[in-house]
Design a protein around this ligand. Structure first.
Ligand SMILES: Cc1cc2nc3c(=O)[nH]c(=O)nc-3n(C[C@H](O)[C@H](O)[C@H](O)COP(=O)(O)OP(=O)(O)OC[C@H]3O[C@@H](n4cnc5c(N)ncnc54)[C@H](O)[C@@H]3O)c2cc1C
Ligand code: FES
Length: 289
């Protein structure tokens, strides 16, 4: 069992767990993920490693409540344990001295992009970050991302904070400004990453995205996470999750991610119906063991 040693609600329906997992903390690298399972009967879900502390033996994950498993997860507090926490999985981010790197984070994507920006900066890159959310209530880790960036631009779709609009607006302005941009890394919802890749393509700037197909084992065995990149079939869990955004077949990815919408909605309704009281009682924002 893996114990939650700290939990915090970062924004509406977005939670952080610090989990005791010394073996993973020793090996984790930016860009990798874990596969978790709450209990014996639980579904496996992948979550990116948002931070790790080798000394403390802890790994941090940040997740958004979107369906049955993440709703269940959100009810756990410090002191509770989860059955499986497997990792680190996936190919780590390619870290090099590229020059100027624009890190674009959409919604919960700020959690995985922050450690990547941190190691890229340590390597001597200039980091310009763009952080976008639908509204102010969904923004978090602005301070953390600012701390690892030379410049940070914040956008909200509805204009409740920062610049009004979506992340591709400032991305295009940066590309047109004449400043040499050597690489773009975009992490967030598929639709956001697709439009970031479309924005950078005419400028010929390499754009790395972190794909989020449905995964089961996370070790290359089930084939569930297959994606098409440059006309070749790849397994996001072992060949990725990072790929060249200009080569990804976005329509296929989004279509495959919608394959179980009906079953996901049913699982969610059933679970919410049976747990209304527990949901109403769970208002604690921070818990520590
Ligand atoms: C490599 C990787 C890293 C990820 N990192 C994060 C993260 O750090 N934080 C975060 O909030 N989310 C992350 N996700 C997405 C997260 O795994 C899904 O939100 C989660 O599985 C939803 O499960 P659910 O039962 O709550 O929702 P469901 O109702 O089952 O599904 C809601 C949505 O999540 C997708 N989904 C469902 N099951 C899976 C699965 N097993 N694998 C992938 N997607 C699934 C569905 O396509 C649907 O769009 C990551 C996905 C991948 C592939
Ligand atoms: S999740 Fe099974 S092959 Fe990738």
């Amino acid at each position: 069992m893996f114990r939650i040693i700290y939990s915090e609600t970062l924004a509406t329906k977005i939670h952080l767990f610090k989990i005791e997992a010394p073996a993973i903390a020793r090996k984790a690298l930016a860009g990798q993920f874990v596969v978790i399972r709450i209990d014996e009967r639980g579904e496996r879900i992948p979550l990116t490693i948002a931070d790790w502390n080798e000394k403390e033996g802890s790994v941090t994950v940040v997740f958004m409540e979107v369906g049955a498993t993440t709703f269940r997860l959100a009810l756990l507090k410090a002191g509770d344990s989860i059955a499986d926490f497997v990792g680190p999985l996936g190919v780590p981010s390619h870290i090099d001295k590229f020059g100027t790197v624009v890190c674009v984070a959409g919604g919960v994507g700020v959690a995985p992009i922050t450690p990547i920006a941190r190691v890229l900066r340590k390597k001597g890159n200039k980091i310009i970050s763009i952080l976008g959310a639908r509204c102010k209530d969904l923004l978090f880790w602005e301070d953390k991302l600012r701390g690892v960036s030379h410049q940070l631009i914040v956008t909200t779709d509805d204009g409740t904070y920062g610049c009004k609009g979506v992340v591709t607006g400032p991305l295009k302005e940066l590309l047109e400004s004449g400043e040499k941009i050597d690489r773009v890394i975009a992490i967030g919802p598929s639709i956001m990453m697709k439009f970031c890749a479309q924005t950078t393509k005419p400028f010929g700037v390499k754009t790395v995205v972190s794909l989020n197909p449905i995964m089961v084992d996370g070790t290359g065995m089930c084939g569930c996470c297959r994606v098409s990149v440059g006309g070749e079939t790849k397994l996001a869990c072992v060949d990725g999750p990072e790929f060249d955004g200009h080569l990804v077949d976005w329509e296929l990815l989004m279509k495959r991610n919608r394959a179980y919408l009906k079953e996901e909605a049913q699982a969610c309704d059933l679970w919410q119906r049976d747990n209304l009281r527990r949901i109403a009682e769970s208002s604690e924002r921070v818990s520590v063991v």
